[in-house]
Design a protein around this ligand. Structure first.
Ligand code: TXA
Ligand code: MG
Length: 337
């Protein structure tokens, strides 16, 4: 299959691909997604095939606004609308009880479904025009870092999807926050663009799923099935070093091998001369770290490195999402100084 590149002027063509059961790369403010008609079982199966995704890992549905929640969800708590008022369109996915019209292929047989309204005008226009919810996981091949540009998505998906809609680089850079509203207190299943602190302002008490901060033991089941898989990983093994940035830089310098790659803050690039270095923005700019993290992890696959050392960002605010992705890329191989 030849993958066509579409622009924001091609809404009608993009919507036609969705409506006719095809696969479309969609831009969102978080990462590019691999979209298909979420009511079309066959199209949904094609997503799993293109990604090489395990069948037990459910997909989220993308909708153009909170008016669509009732089409696919039931027993919607009032607090869901408080969240949509404040955070939609935006990087927040809500887990709600589903209606029967949502295919099992989307939810992997669960009685809940993830609902998200992306902050991306062209993608919402495509969904409106197709008039179906768009099921979309991140547009990477299963296990790889998520794509934050159309070019990164094509690296994994060229020839496997009908088209990709290019709307430039993603503004947030890490996937949406996932909050489960079917339990009390609501539970954070995946940290993302909407921070835990922001959620607490609306919800009060929020439980944080164990899978956010540590590796799941074999047989342990996190509530978001996707959180159990090794993920976001470059080919070379990653070690994360946590602590004051001056100390972590010094620690890495003392231990790096001849072919070690380094993921560091901008300020520390000079420490690692002679080594392949990817930077993730300044120490104090967490939003930039979120935008850079996946491209930096992807870049190492094009470099001749045997292992990768990474300085760890702070885990306040969106830093919780950035450290979660980095720690997962490292299989939670973390050294705390
Ligand atoms: O920002 C995002 O959310 C991106 C863009 C494309 O919208 N999408 C995305 O989808 O990250 P995906 O499939 O890569 O990650 C969705 C996560 C997975 O870990 C999955 O297990 C979890 O959401 N999930 C989906 N439905 C669920 C459900 N009903 N209950 C619990 N977890 C669910
Ligand atoms: Mg993903």
């Amino acid at each position: 299959m030849k993958t066509k590149c579409l622009t924001i002027r091609d809404v009608a063509e993009a919507a036609g691909i969705i409506a006719s059961g095809g696969l479309l790369g969609i831009p969102t403010e978080t990462v590019y997604g691999l979209g298909a008609n979420g009511l079309d079982e066959k199209a949904v199966h094609a997503i799993f095939e293109a990604k090489g995704r395990p069948q037990d890992n459910p997909l989220i549905l993308h909708v153009p606004g909170e008016e669509w929640l009732e089409r696919y969800c039931q027993d919607i708590p009032a607090v869901a609308y408080e969240l949509t008022d404040r955070f939609w369109p935006g990087p927040l996915t809500m887990i709600l009880r589903r209606k029967d019209n949502v295919p099992d292929a989307v939810t992997a047989g669960l009685d809940t479904v993830g609902m998200r309204c992306p902050d991306c005008t062209v993608t919402r226009a495509v969904i409106e025009k197709a008039d179906v919810p768009v099921a979309a996981p991140s547009g990477n091949a299963s296990g790889r870092p998520s794509p934050t540009t159309a070019a990164a998505m094509l690296e994994d998906m060229d020839g496997k999807i009908d088209a990709i809609l290019d709307d430039g680089p993603c503004a947030v850079g890490v996937e949406s926050t996932i909050i489960d509203l079917t339990v009390q207190p609501p539970r954070l299943l995946r940290p993302g663009g909407v921070t835990l602190e922001e959620l607490e302002e609306v919800l009060g008490d929020v439980a944080v799923d164990d899978a956010v901060r540590r590796l799941m033991a074999p047989g342990e089941q996190p509530k978001a099935p996707g959180m159990k898989y090794r993920h976001y990983a470059p080919k070379a093994p990653v070690t994360v070093v946590k602590g004051d940035p001056d100390m972590t830089a010094g620690y890495i310098v003392a231990r790096m091998g001849e072919k070690s790659g380094i993921l560091c803050f901008d300020e520390f690039r000079g420490y690692f001369r002679g080594h392949p270095v990817e930077t993730m923005g300044p120490v104090s700019d967490q939003a930039e770290q979120a935008r850079e993290i996946f491209e930096a992890l992807r870049a190492f696959d094009h470099l001749d490195v045997t292992d990768i050392w990474a300085q760890s960002p702070d885990d306040e605010g969106i830093g919780l999402a950035v450290t979660n992705r980095l720690n997962k890329a490292a299989g939670f191989h973390i050294i705390e100084l």
